[in-house]
Design a protein. Structure first.
Length: 116
């Protein structure tokens, strides 16, 4: 029963994000808005971590299961991916390098601020 209550909290926040997305016609997906809402609720103490701790652990433990639809989608569009492999690989490589560089710079800036 406890897991059901915790899952209900997560689902209600996700639904709230979807409603906000639809009402305000935002370009941000509803599930991302829901995650931001959850983050704000956790930071402000509206939702205590203990209120969703067990379901969060369960979902993280079974995270690989949620990647199955993405894998099936890749298989479904294999011909398209094969045709554009060089472009997709190049973009992925460039984006990975940019993300690593920005993350590294951000960490260095935050470390310098924390030392002060």
């Amino acid at each position: 029963m406890k897991l059901l209550r915790q899952m209900l909290i997560i689902l209600l926040i996700c639904i709230a994000g979807e409603i906000i997305h639809e009402l305000f016609n935002l370009p941000i997906p509803g599930n991302v808005i829901g995650m931001v809402l959850l983050f704000v609720c956790l930071c402000t103490g509206i939702i205590k971590l203990e209120m969703i701790a067990e379901i969060s652990k369960f979902l993280i433990d079974h995270l690989a299961f949620f990647f199955i639809p993405a894998g099936v989608g890749l298989i479904a569009y294999f011909d398209l991916l094969k045709e554009n492999f060089i472009a997709i690989f190049g973009i992925s490589l460039i984006v990975t390098i940019v993300v690593m560089a920005i993350t590294g710079q951000t960490v260095q800036i935050l470390r310098k601020r924390c030392k002060k």
